[in-house]
Ligand binder design. Structure first.
Ligand SMILES: Cc1cc2nc3c(=O)[nH]c(=O)nc-3n(C[C@H](O)[C@H](O)[C@H](O)COP(=O)(O)OP(=O)(O)OC[C@H]3O[C@@H](n4cnc5c(N)ncnc54)[C@H](O)[C@@H]3O)c2cc1C
Length: 440
């Protein structure tokens, strides 16, 4: 097989948008590798799309201005909104109700962000992926093919892969690594062997809150996925709400040695609950800076405590310093029946697995949020753990997202360049433009 012009790791939004933009810029012979059989990574999940430069990307990390970010997001939006099942869910133009919420949040020293938002739902994920893939004509997909290592041979890159237990090699002129959060740990180790520089960035550790939908409708009817950012008084730390799913379900993410909590919503079928993540940003310096390992240790601890399943606790129990138990989990006398869990986690005590400082920060933020949206601390409200966002391995790059190794570019969540679908797509476009400008 002749050499490819670009070898892409990961078929998620970062990888797909890189391929799409390479094609638009006239590049052919593109290969996308994904270890999963169908996969388009996180495009299959929920599909809540935030078009706002303050959400899902870090301007400094991508070395772009607000204006450039907004322009790139508009490009991404044009692709998404052509999909007929993608629906606008938050309208920000002249929205006085958003201004009112911002004012209330401000009175409690909480920052409030209301981005323009669209949604297509997990139930439309595959249709959306098929739609995107059908637009790629010069890209070959190698699905169910895991990239094991990246080597250099006679001035070109070689992907050593595994498919059906057989080893295969593919050659290319340039590499784009977008392995997502699930492949971040593998890519970090591989990069070290390949000589690609990387270090640790902050990690987000917290919980997923699930509550009766009616308790949060006042805000989600105006902003589908409202972003509240807290700076805690006690520790001066940053906590934020993230990934709100009105009428959604709590979901699980499977990793090699643990499970993480997440959430999504379907387009057609809604539950009686709303869920959102509440996460605390943690940076580590001396003597231990490996935030990935820190997060993995917390996740493994929960895995152990929950007998292989995540833990869930009612606010009513949490407030009394008690673990939740199966026998009282849906107790009517304690009003726990107001919120039926959408995921079967193990009733227990989330404070056993989270560091005290994080528990303090989360609780202080929840109490503040209850002042902004009264009623969220109803005894039936559920706290699931662990919810951890591994966006922490950081790859220093130039402004085209090229690493210190010429020809190796990075994009997406697994390399610290984005935090969400739209951000991953934006970083893919930047990398594609960089690859084309320098190598073709
Ligand atoms: C339940 C859930 C709900 C979510 N909801 C939303 C949402 O509503 N809105 C939003 O913006 N974000 C959401 N996210 C986050 C979103 O999925 C990610 O931000 C986004 O997918 C990141 O894109 P990516 O291309 O960087 O990585 P991914 O989409 O994770 O894609 C990476 C791909 O690389 C592949 N891969 C990894 N290592 C290798 C290897 N060695 N060889 C071959 N292939 C490899 C993986 O199989 C994967 O398919 C959600 C995530 C989850 C888990």
């Amino acid at each position: 097989m002749s050499d490819f012009n670009a070898l892409i790791i990961g078929s998620g939004p970062a990888g797909l948008f890189t391929a799409m933009w390479l094609e638009r810029l006239g590049i052919d012979k593109i290969a996308i590798f994904d270890r999963n059989q169908y996969s388009a990574g996180g495009l299959l999940n929920d599909g809540k799309l935030n078009f706002d430069y303050r959400v899902g990307i870090d301007l400094d990390e991508l070395q772009i201005s607000k204006e450039e970010a907004q322009t790139l997001m508009q490009e991404v939006k044009q692709v998404f909104i052509k999909f007929p099942l993608c629906q606008q869910v938050t309208f920000i133009e002249n929205n006085e109700r958003i201004d009112a919420w911002r004012k209330i949040a401000g009175e409690h020293n909480v920052e409030f962000i209301a981005p323009e938002q669209w949604h297509y739902g997990t139930d439309n994920g595959k249709k959306f992926v098929d739609y995107l893939r059908s637009s790629l004509v010069n890209t070959t997909f190698f699905l169910g093919t895991e990239v094991i290592s990246i080597e250099r041979e006679n001035g070109r890159f070689c992907f050593v892969c595994r498919k059906d237990r057989k080893r295969k090699e593919y050659f290319g002129k340039t590499v784009l690594a977008s392995p997502g959060r699930s492949g971040a740990y593998w890519f970090r180790d591989t990069s070290r062997e390949t000589g690609v520089n990387n270090n640790f960035g902050p990690i987000d550790v917290g919980i997923r809150v699930e509550l009766n939908k009616k308790s949060y409708d006042s805000i989600t009817d105006v902003v589908y996925d409202p972003k509240f950012i807290f700076h805690t008084k006690r520790h001066g730390d940053r906590v934020r709400t993230f990934c709100t799913n009105p009428g959604g379900r709590v979901r699980i993410e499977n990793y090699d040695s643990f499970k993480l909590i997440n959430g999504d919503a379907l387009f057609d079928r809604k539950t009686e609950n709303t869920n959102f993540a509440l996460i605390n940003t943690v940076s580590l310096t001396q003597p231990f800076s490996d935030t990935t390992e820190f997060g993995r240790m917390i996740a493994r601890q929960f895995f152990l405590l929950g007998g292989g399943r995540p833990i869930v606790q009612r606010i009513g129990d949490f407030r009394e310093g008690k673990r939740s138990s199966q026998s009282t989990f849906n107790s009517k006398t304690r009003h726990f029946d107001r919120c039926r869990a959408t995921y079967n986690a193990v009733p227990g005590d989330i404070t056993l697995g989270l560091p005290a400082r994080i528990v303090d920060n989360l609780w202080e933020s929840l109490k503040t949020l209850d002042k902004i949206v009264p009623g969220i601390l109803h005894p039936s409200t559920l706290l699931y753990a662990p919810e951890i966002k591994f966006f922490d391995t950081h790859f220093p790059t130039d402004r085209h997202l090229e690493t210190n190794i010429e020809g190796i570019f990075v994009a997406g969540d697994g390399t610290g360049k984005s935090r969400g679908i739209v951000g991953a797509a934006v970083s893919g476009i930047i990398a594609a433009t960089g690859i084309t400008g320098k190598y073709f």
